[in-house]
Design a protein around this ligand. Structure first.
Ligand SMILES: [Zn+2]
Length: 508
């Protein structure tokens, strides 16, 4: 007898339906799994044998063939244990007629423990996308993902409980659906804990409001990473859609842990020794890298100039397109990677350039080489550069703490709402990603703006490309003010966060 059980697989962050067929025939007792399984799927065999026996079922001593179709797509992960076990139960006549009927309305995902218990596995949320109108049967530990996906799902504790449910002996409660509300989430770190650095704080507010990437240049100990770590607290709240996207990525990476789903914007800060593969994602079965793990959140690269050239080049594609593709011999998968880049670096290799009391030991050639490690195309995607000065004792001593994150976030959220309206008929979501045509349409030069820009171009040696960046950023400053038009003052403010230019690096 041949049986069919439905399950799902994952490609990138998308699920697709898979049919598990089992055939049991007379012959030498063996079990073969075919249909491009990887080693993890092949190991299902031993777990399934033990799980069935320890749940009071027979494991047939016959020739068993399990086929995963479509056969041409690679299958990976441990979620096939459950559907394989059920296909064997069905094919060996150990399920009642009623159970066989009911089987058809469900899809099954889950790893099996040797005792028959259902254990969590990676990629459940994307797989649920393949469930359609069927009820998904998933491990209890993955129930948060089903709740977020808002689909019909049940989570039996073990194989025995599932068999009783299929037989109609017991009923299992549906997993409740949840509507994600990130307003409930409070950040531990607040902007008012950072003393001084008003210019950097303002630049970060602009970055948050318009989705601009930012580079902070400053002496060690000026609070670059302290500021970066507080950046998520001034970003707009996560939407349900964004939370789903993030959770899918973490689900595939098997990094959801106890949280069950993503409830805050990711903040990733890989070390500068990271490889290009760890940054971009990869592996035999492609897994998301740091740039995808920071999707809808922040990628903080401290010691920016110390990152390997290959690693830095990896950033270019996602910064242009919002996703990264990983090519493999059989298939190419793509992961979402839309993040805000916060880069930080010292002003020079020794870190003392511009320090009021310490001596810089670097030669101009050394400083130039250090800064030119950041390539032109990468700089083109960084709209804001801000220099941080050492904190003076009088500032450090100050009691006044300045604005808290909530106040700043309120302004940022308002500016984002203006952009939502502006780009409602466009693929663009935030000012930083405006096309040339959109810059022309939404960023007309104010009266007297031309001469200001012209003078800046001459004095600072800015390229035409930099002018686009200046206009995009000025648009964001105008939005923060709720102003319909860009003014000369807005442009003059942007010139303080003078973009590093392709042609050379700005003086510090
Ligand atoms: Zn130096």
């Amino acid at each position: 007898m041949i049986s069919k059980v439905l399950t799902a697989g994952v490609r990138g962050v998308d699920g697709f339906a898979i049919e598990v067929e089992a055939d049991i025939a007379a012959g030498m007792p063996t079990m073969a799994v075919v249909g491009l399984p990887d080693t993890e799927v092949k190991e299902a065999k031993d777990r399934v044998v033990a799980a069935l026996r320890n749940s009071g079922f027979d494991f047939p001593s016959k020739r068993i063939t399990v086929n995963l179709s479509p056969a041409e797509v690679k299958k990976s992960g441990t979620g096939f244990d459950l559907p394989i076990a059920l296909s064997i139960l069905a094919a060996s006549g150990q399920l009642s007629k009623k159970a066989l009927e009911k089987l058809k309305d469900h899809i099954f995902i889950g790893e099996l423990g040797l005792d028959g218990s259902l254990r969590s596995c990676a990629g459940v949320l994307p797989m649920l996308g393949a469930a359609g109108k069927k009820t998904a049967v998933i491990p209890p530990a993955n129930s948060g993902e089903a709740a977020l996906a808002q689909i019909l799902a049940i989570a039996p504790l073990n194989l025995k409980e599932l068999a009783e449910y299929l037989d109609g002996v017991t009923d299992l409660a549906q997993i409740g659906k949840i509507e994600f509300k990130s307003e409930e989430f409070e950040y531990f770190l607040d902007f008012n804990e950072v003393k001084s650095q008003p210019l950097a704080k303002r630049a970060l507010e602009i970055a948050a409001a318009g989705g601009h990437n930012i580079l902070m240049i400053g002496l060690p100990g000026t609070g670059k990473s302290m500021l970066a770590k507080r950046f998520p607290s001034i970003l707009p709240s996560l939407t349900h859609e964004e939370a789903l996207e993030i959770t899918k990525i973490y689900s595939v990476a098997n990094m959801l842990g106890k949280d069950k789903f993503a409830y805050s914007r990711p903040f990733r800060d890989p070390h500068h020794t990271i490889s290009d593969v760890a940054l971009a994602g990869g592996g035999a079965t492609p897994k998301p890298g740091e740039i995808s793990l920071s999707h809808n959140g922040i990628l903080f690269l401290d010691e920016f100039a110390e990152f390997g050239r290959a690693a830095l080049e990896v950033l270019r594609e996602p910064m242009e397109t919002g996703s990264v593709s990983i090519a493999r011999a059989r298939e190419s998968v793509s992961f979402p990677a839309r993040f805000t880049l916060i880069a930080a670096m010292n002003p020079c290799p020794c870190g003392n350039h511009g320090h009021p009391h310490k001596q810089c030991t670097c030669t101009p050639v050394m400083i130039n080489r250090y800064r030119s490690k950041i390539s032109g195309p990468l700089l083109d995607r960084i709209d804001l550069t801000v220099n941080l000065n050492p904190v003076e004792f009088k500032d450090w001593e100050k009691k006044a703490e300045g604005e808290n994150s909530k106040e700043i976030r309120a302004r940022v959220t308002k500016a984002r709402e203006i952009q939502k309206e502006r780009f409602k008929n466009s693929k663009t979501k935030v000012n930083a990603f405006m096309t040339t045509a959109e810059i022309k349409k939404f960023c007309p030069l104010p009266e007297g703006g031309g001469p200001v820009l012209e003078a800046a171009m001459r004095k600072l040696g800015l390229s035409a490309r930099s002018l686009d960046k200046i206009l995009k950023t000025a648009r964001t400053i105008a939005d923060l003010e709720g102003s319909k038009d860009i003014s000369k003052l807005h442009i003059m403010e942007v010139l303080q966060y003078r973009p590093l230019d392709r042609k050379g690096v700005a003086d510090v």
